[in-house]
Design a protein around this ligand. Structure first.
Ligand SMILES: Nc1ncnc2c1ncn2[C@@H]1O[C@H](COP(=O)(O)OP(=O)(O)OP(=O)(O)O)[C@@H](O)[C@H]1O
Length: 276
């Protein structure tokens, strides 16, 4: 996969980057779904031009948090994205969301899909060819999406978000089921977007992807256990792998909750604040 975003080096993202404070700011965020509280008072700040990984077991609330940020989920507490209320007209076109289920028109080609989403984005739209190149779809671009493999369909979905030139990009497990080479290429695209000023929040079950993030948020049962870096997580827990480190943090949190062991402090601060 070639990396089309490399071609933009030296010129700003057409959307312009959000630089007036944190791209995301959440305080005391609570969400209930189906009569049950899912998120229990989260605090979070994401600095502009950064990649934050959201890691945690299935069902811990990652998607629910993302739904809040893109404006499709009711919540209690404070939330601001790009300085606006989530879902506010002033924020809507500037926030990209790629869900786990690809949201594309399968009876259209990739190029036609992108043309459609570029038209919706208007002046903010990025160059189609550049986006196709970035996600490695140039060679398939004129075939109907219904003939694509699962991973290829996922990349069309990502491309549809990218073509709109988002300042905040929220990605729900964008690399799931992809081969290592494709995953590596996509992470390069994500890094280039962040370097151009975009803010990315990326959920993943693949703990090793934490190394590619500026910061990782470890989440469990609707709470952040830690806001840290992959390297710090390993160093502080003494674990060999991130999986083991995560389990260690979980155990410490459980001990703390039970009040069983004084001084058992989960790794990192809990504020979720970005370092840069
Ligand atoms: N509409 C709903 N009604 C009731 N409960 C819901 C609803 N949607 C989600 N939940 C519950 O909310 C919790 C958090 O779900 P969420 O999808 O945010 O988790 P997740 O961390 O994204 O999981 P995964 O990694 O499997 O995608 C889960 O226990 C889920 O069953």
């Amino acid at each position: 996969m070639k990396n089309g975003w490399g071609t933009t080096a030296g010129r700003p993202a057409p959307s312009g980057a959000y630089t007036s404070g944190p791209a995301v700011r959440v305080r005391g965020l609570r969400v209930s779904r189906g009569g049950r509280e899912i998120l229990h008072g989260l605090d979070l700040e994401l600095g502009p031009g950064s990649i934050t990984g959201l890691l945690g077991p299935s069902g811990c609330g990652k998607t629910t948090l993302m739904r809040v940020l893109v404006g499709v989920q009711r919540y209690d507490g404070e939330a601001r994205v790009l300085g606006e209320r989530p879902g506010a007209p002033a924020a809507r076109g500037r926030v990209g969301y790629v869900t786990q289920a690809a949201a594309v028109y399968r009876d259209l080609t990739a190029r036609q899909n992108l043309r459609y989403f570029a038209a919706l984005a208007g002046a903010r739209a990025r160059d189609l060819e550049e986006v196709l190149d970035a996600v490695g779809l140039t060679a398939l671009a004129d075939r109907r999406v219904s003939t694509y493999s699962g991973g290829e369909v996922g990349r069309v979905s990502l491309a549809c978000a990218l073509v709109a030139g988002p300042e905040l990009l929220v990605l729900d497990e964008p690399t799931v089921g992809l081969d290592p080479l494709t995953r590596k290429g996509l992470w390069k695209v994500f890094r280039n977007l962040a370097d151009a000023g975009a803010t990315l929040l990326i959920s993943s079950h693949v703990m090793d992807e934490a190394f590619r993030c500026d910061r990782v948020l470890l989440m469990r049962e609707g709470r952040f256990l830690a806001s840290t870096t992959a390297a710090e997580l390993l160093a502080r827990t003494g674990a060999d792998t991130l999986d083991a480190a995560f389990l260690d943090v979980v155990r410490r949190a459980e001990r703390m909750a039970a009040g069983a062991q004084a001084g058992a402090i989960p790794v990192g601060d809990h504020s979720g604040e970005e370092r840069r």
